[in-house]
Each structure stands twice: as C-alpha cells, then as structure tokens.
Design a protein around this ligand. Structure first.
Ligand SMILES: [Zn+2]
Length: 327
C-alpha cells in the first residue's frame, strides 16, 4: 500500500492568496453578489489568466468577505496535510477600495492566524510586491511588512511574469524587511532563465525562490542552489497550465531534486488550475517516479523555510518520522 500523501507533512508556501481561495467559497461570495463564478478550462495565453485572476478581488466588497475567504483557505489547506502555510498576500489588490493598506493587511493576517489556530496549523504570510509597481509603493509595502513581523507576516516577496525584472531596484525595500527578520522570496526562473535567478540572489538578496525551475539550464547555478540551500518553491501544474513547461513528464523539478536542490511542491493558484498541493505530490510519485523516501526528502526541504516556528519544526519532524514508519 503506498503511503497516504495527505498524511505526509507539507509546507505550502507558493500560494497566491487571491488565486487560491477554495472555489466553493468564491462561488458562495459570487452568489451573494447575484452573479456566478466559473473557472475557464484553459488559458490561451498568460494575459487571459491575469484578466481572470483580477475578477476575484473585484468580488470582494468588504473586509468581512476577505476574512471569510482567508479562513476558508486555511481550513482547506489544513485538510491537505499542510503544517505550515505561507500565502503570498497583496493587500494592494484590495486597498484603498476596502480600507487602508494597513487595515487590509491586518484583516488578512488576523483571519489567517485565527483560522490557523482553529485548524492547528502554523500560518505565515509573504507580503508581495508586484514588480510592475513603483519604488515608493514597494518601499511602503516593505515598511508595512516589517511592522507585521512577528504578528503574522514572515516574508517579503516579489512577483511578476516578466523576468529578469530588474530586482536590484527593490534592494532597499528588501533590506527594510530583512532587518525586521523577514525572509526575502523572489519569483525568478519561471519565464526568465538563469540570469533571472542570479538577479534574485545577488541583486535582491533573496534566500528563497518562487519557481526557480529554469535554473536547470545552468549546471553551475544548480550546484550553487544546492550548496547554499536556496529553497525553490516549485509549482509543476501551474508551469504546464501557463506554458512554462510543455508537459509534466518533462518538468525540471526531478532534476533539481536529484541534484540536491531543496525543492518544495506547490499549487501556486489552485482556484484557477484545479490542482491542490497534494496533487503536486501525486505527480512526483506517479509521473516522476519519486520513492516515498524521496518524497520525504521533499517534505523535509520545507523545514528550510524560515517562517516555521520551533514548535512547528518539532511536530513536523515527528509527523514525518511517523509517516515513514507507517508501512
Ligand atoms: Zn507564483
């Protein structure tokens, strides 16, 4: 009997909040607005994906709606065996429509923490700068993130589809967050090649990557990621759905894993791709042929994510040992 993948302890840390609310919760919200919510079967190009993506924040008309969606996400992830959830949050998608950036952030973080306590999992948040945004906004977001350090925000991220993204210009913003103890996480190596990854590491000072998969084009870079223990938060199904990789069978993640790069598996935007964090592990087992020992190594890479508390690390290790003992 193969071991149960829900029971495998997992971090889930490349999860865009607004693209990951449970579909049932979004449908219920749409119903309250007198409209319906449908997920397209396919996205002919990435811009159609971004258009669809923005429809969900538009359905949210009050801070209560936002809190309800955040809580639903945490409970769904806990049911997937996620022990540490760190959604990427963009309060700028809701402010100033629903309130100030600070009010929106407080609502999101409080709802995530409350639901995490209920579901008995640890929840952090990666406050994310979109690389299209101007420097003053990035500076404000970094300052905001720093003020929530120790109160639910665990990381500062950058996201944007165009890579390399000139991340060096956000270095001062990253420094504000880093001095408050937040981990710096950058989207890189998704549409951009090894240059975008080196930019994230050297120009921004990121210590974790969202995606990073295109690093495989440069063996020296892969060796560096392994040696410096740079976690790549890989999202296989998302990569195929957005045309980054042609099929799951040829996805670069197994190459990175076998080269010793710490890789976590993530859904990215489950609402739009219909594929959960557990489904990514199924791909790893069924399509890439990872053994349970190798799946446990992937799970263990999650312990390198900085936001985990000591208590979470302890219970996570215990759960992983139990999973491996379970024959
Ligand atoms: Zn992403």
């Amino acid at each position: 009997m193969p071991r149960d993948l829900v029971g495998l302890p997992k971090v889930h840390v490349h999860v865009h909040l607004d693209g990951s609310y449970p579909v049932r919760a979004v449908r219920a919200l749409a119903g309250r607005r007198g409209t319906s919510f449908d997920v397209p079967e396919d996205f002919p190009d990435v811009w159609e994906f971004f258009d669809a993506y923005s429809t969900v924040p538009e359905l949210v008309r009050g801070l209560d709606d936002l809190a309800t969606l955040c809580e639903a996400l945490v409970h769904a992830e806990a049911a997937n065996g996620v022990r540490y959830l760190e959604p990427a949050i963009e309060p700028q998608l809701y402010a100033p429509r629903l309130g100030s950036l600070r009010d929106v952030t407080r609502t999101i973080v409080d709802a995530l923490q409350r639901a995490g306590d209920d579901a008995q999992i640890q929840v952090g948040a990666n406050l994310t700068i979109n690389t299209d945004q101007d420097l003053p906004i990035a500076h404000d977001l970094a300052t905001l993130a720093a003020s929530f350090a120790g109160r639910g925000v665990t990381a500062l991220g950058t996201a944007g589809f165009v890579e390399p993204a000139g991340l060096g210009r956000f270095r001062d913003a990253a420094e504000i967050a880093r001095s408050a103890g937040l981990q710096i996480v950058a989207h890189a190596g998704q549409t951009g090649g090894p240059d975008s990854v080196r930019e994230a590491l050297d120009d921004l000072g990121a210590t974790r990557l969202s995606h990073g998969v295109r690093s495989v084009q440069d063996p020296a870079l892969v060796r560096r990621l392994a040696a410096e223990r740079i976690v790549c938060d890989v999202a296989p199904v998302s990569n195929v759905r957005l045309g980054i990789v042609s099929t799951l069978a040829v996805h670069p993640a197994p190459t990175l894993i076998r080269a010793g790069v710490p890789v976590t598996l993530n859904a990215d935007d489950e609402l739009w791709f219909g594929s959960s964090v557990v489904d990514q592990y199924r791909v790893a087992r069924d399509l890439w042929g990872l053994t349970d020992a190798q799946l446990a190594d992937v799970s263990r890479a999650g312990l390198l994510v900085e936001g985990l508390s000591e208590d979470t690390r302890k219970s996570y290790r215990r759960a992983l040992d139990d999973w491996l003992d379970d024959q």
